[in-house]
Write a protein that binds this ligand. Structure first.
Ligand code: PMV
Length: 369
């Protein structure tokens, strides 16, 4: 499956300068993607909730390019500050998209991007950032050429493009929840893009909370890219991929039925399995920190004392996501404030929840709260 299209070129004299803007959220994997092959294709199926508050707001300005050059002409500012490192990374990404969008070489691109969460929060911005940019690019295609047949086709293409930037970003283009990888029960599911499962979510999960406890705001010592690479030699990789595929299938059923207990058991096992894979890589590494374990131990105690279905998950880092239903939000937030914040850097946490998905914004509009 490919979107390569050499016909998508413009007559530069006919292009009027313009800008497009999207706000796109981050997502939290319930069943983790860890291990990839080929052109950023996943070794196993993954399932995620899309978040509401942790998001990237990106504006893509375009104008006809004066003179010609081999690569893509792009400049990027993060929160108003020119970012040579992100500019270089974005340029590499856009050049990789040239078979899909050859017109990118014919334009001068300026990207303004900012995250809703503090830059140094230790929260990965690649899923929100890459999905926001991919959505801007598909909007740009529509502006310069024809509209895509419908919204589903639009989001699918954005998901495909986001995947090429950062695998997990392909799940962020849909509100609610998404699946990436081929699942027998989902006829349109694919390794090339994610599909929405929002319609199938039980009401309990539609309003689920995800509070992100910022145990450490430092940058990761081992990148996700390196982590995926180490899976190729990991002795546990083959059974892990089989496990993740089976769990994704099971997770879909749990999300439909509203089974918060089994959901939580799978959620925690997925988090610990992800980190066990890191610890069993060669070279081995650990991203969790002592305070990660303090938090998860206290959480287990809280759960056994109250019976509330509050469970944790982890991303590729030490921060702890607490997932729980609206019905227990009051006492859970009190527990977080009183017992868990001492283990967070500067007592910081981000209150988030399952969200409605990306939103296209007017270019001069202030960001909605
Ligand atoms: O999208 P990447 O390449 O940054 O990989 C992210 C992988 C995890 O966040 C650890 C899990 C996931 O499925 O999001």
């Amino acid at each position: 499956m490919t979107y390569d299209n050499p016909a998508l070129t413009v007559v530069t004299d006919e292009v009027h300068p313009g800008a497009l803007r999207w706000r796109s959220p981050s997502n939290i994997a319930l069943v983790k993607y860890w291990g990839k092959y080929g052109d950023q294709l996943p070794r196993n199926v993954s399932v995620s909730f899309t978040l509401q508050n942790a998001a990237t707001d990106t504006t893509l300005h375009y104008a006809p390019r004066r003179g010609s050059g081999a690569g893509v002409d792009v400049q990027l500012q993060l929160a108003g500050i020119p970012e040579p490192k992100f500019t270089a990374r974005t340029q590499t990404y856009l050049e990789r998209l040239l078979p899909v969008y050859p017109f990118l070489r014919q334009l001068e691109l300026r990207i303004e991007t900012q995250n809703s969460f503090p830059h140094s929060a230790g929260i990965a911005s690649s899923a929100s950032g890459m999905s926001a940019l991919a959505l801007c690019l598909v909007s740009l295609e529509e502006q310069l050429f024809e509209p895509l047949p419908d919204r589903a086709a639009f989001l699918r293409k954005a998901s495909y493009l986001a995947r090429l930037g950062s695998g997990s970003a392909c799940r962020s283009v849909y509100g609610g929840a998404a699946v990436w990888g081929r699942v027998p029960d989902l006829s349109d599911s694919s390794e090339a893009y994610a599909v929405s499962i929002a319609e199938q979510l039980h009401p309990t999960f539609r309003s689920y909370h995800d509070d992100i406890l910022l145990v450490s705001r430092s940058e990761k010592v081992v990148s996700s890219r390196a982590g995926h690479g180490l899976m190729e030699q990991n002795p546990y990789a083959p059974p892990r991929y089989a496990q993740a595929n089976a769990r994704s299938q099971e997770m879909l059923g749990l999300l439909q039925r509203g089974d918060t207990e089994r959901f939580g058991q799978l959620l925690e096992s997925e988090a610990l399995t992800l980190h066990a894979l890191m610890m069993s890589s060669q070279p081995a590494y650990t991203l969790i920190e002592p305070n990660t374990l303090h938090v998860t131990n206290l959480l287990r105690q809280f759960r056994s004392e109250t019976g509330y279905p509050v469970y944790f998950t982890l991303d590729a880092g030490p921060n702890v996501h607490l997932l729980y239903p609206e019905a227990v939000a009051g006492p859970t937030k009190r527990f977080i404030r009183e017992h868990l914040l001492p283990y967070c850097e500067d007592r910081m946490y981000l209150a988030d929840r399952v969200g409605t998905g990306p939103e296209q914004l007017e270019v001069n509009q202030t960001t909605p709260a």
